[in-house]
Design a protein around this ligand. Structure first.
Ligand code: HEM
Length: 284
């Protein structure tokens, strides 16, 4: 971080994730599950915004500080060539009931389904254990980025009620059977999906309410103009298969799929953050 002023560093959160190509030639050091992100059913990956040796992930409540930090980082690492970049935002970013929430441009509040931000719960889902991994990787996490373009025009032609049946929650988080957003719905009492359709996003993403997917999502929205807007989906997990990939496969065939197109992203490994994972998720 040479050359970056102290005041700036305090306002910009920086993390660096390493892609599998970073470890070519040093295989013994590669985190065990790290690989190149595969193309999933329905993906249309654009190589110019997919993969990379390293992911530099900057977060701040000031867009000006972010741009400044990005420029300074590139200037102090002249050997690095920027492969791609994307800017995002979190509208109505806030903490509520131990969850970090934001509203996406499709009018829904996201974050309710994340594990509680208590340290043990987050750690169990996210933190890589020492066993079976190179020693340096203990305490780190696998990060998945997906640039998901969203058909906002098509979506906005649907009624609010239809949109909520596609997601499986009310826009503000309440469940369709009336259960408050922060409590668990009783899917077993709705086996045919009368209240919450079986092909809705949340029902497929997390069907077993006692065993939520071991991952923490923290996505950003993006809008690059000309209708190219959507989600910079981001999640962290200790195991890519048990976390992201299992959920992604379950979501094949969800009713949301006709509105979404994944065009980029990648898999990265993030070394342990200095101040711990819980704190990392609870920063703005
Ligand atoms: C543009 C794409 C997507 C949109 C608009 C979207 C939107 C949402 C919304 C509104 C919720 C309910 C609130 C919440 O719990 O956060 C949700 C929940 C969830 N989503 Fe997504 N999501 C998208 C992509 C994905 C992807 C790619 C995955 C993982 C492969 C995923 C996994 C989940 C999980 C695990 C939940 C929690 C379900 C629960 O416990 O209730 N989502 N999503």
């Amino acid at each position: 971080m040479k050359g970056v002023g102290r005041a700036r560093v305090e306002r910009v959160g920086v993390s660096v994730g390493l892609g599998s190509s970073f470890f070519s030639g040093v295989h013994a050091l590669r985190p065990r599950h790290l690989k190149s992100m595969p193309s999933f059913l329905g993906d249309l990956l654009d190589e110019s915004q997919t993969h990379g040796d390293a992911l530099v992930y900057l977060e701040s409540d000031s867009a000006a500080d972010l741009g400044d930090a990005a420029r300074r980082l590139l200037s102090v690492m002249p050997a690095w060539r920027q492969r791609w970049s994307i800017g995002g935002f979190r509208k109505e970013n806030r903490a509520q009931g131990g969850k970090w929430l934001a509203r996406n441009p499709f009018h829904f509040t996201e974050g309710f389904g994340n594990p509680d931000t208590e340290r043990e719960v987050v750690d169990r889902a996210v933190v890589v254990p020492g066993q079976g991994e190179p020693a340096w990787a203990e305490g780190g996490s696998y990060q998945v980025i997906r640039i998901v373009r969203f058909a906002t025009d098509l979506w906005d032609r649907d009624s609010v009620d239809e949109q909520e049946r596609i997601i499986g929650r009310r826009r503000e988080g309440r469940w369709l059977d009336g259960t408050p957003g922060e409590e668990q719905p009783n899917f077993a009492a709705d086996p045919h999906g009368k209240a919450t359709p079986l092909d809705s996003h949340v029902r497929l993403a997390a069907p077993d309410r006692r065993n939520p997917p071991p991952m923490v999502r923290r996505s950003y929205s993006y809008d690059r103009g000309d209708g190219d807007s959507g989600l910079i989906f981001s999640c962290f997990q200790r195991d890519l298969v048990q976390g992201f990939e299992t959920v992604q496969h379950r979501l094949e065939g969800e009713s949301l799929s006709k509105y979404v197109l994944t065009t980029g992203g990648g898999y990265f490994f993030v070394p342990p953050p200095g101040d711990g994972w819980t704190e990392a998720f609870v920063r703005p």
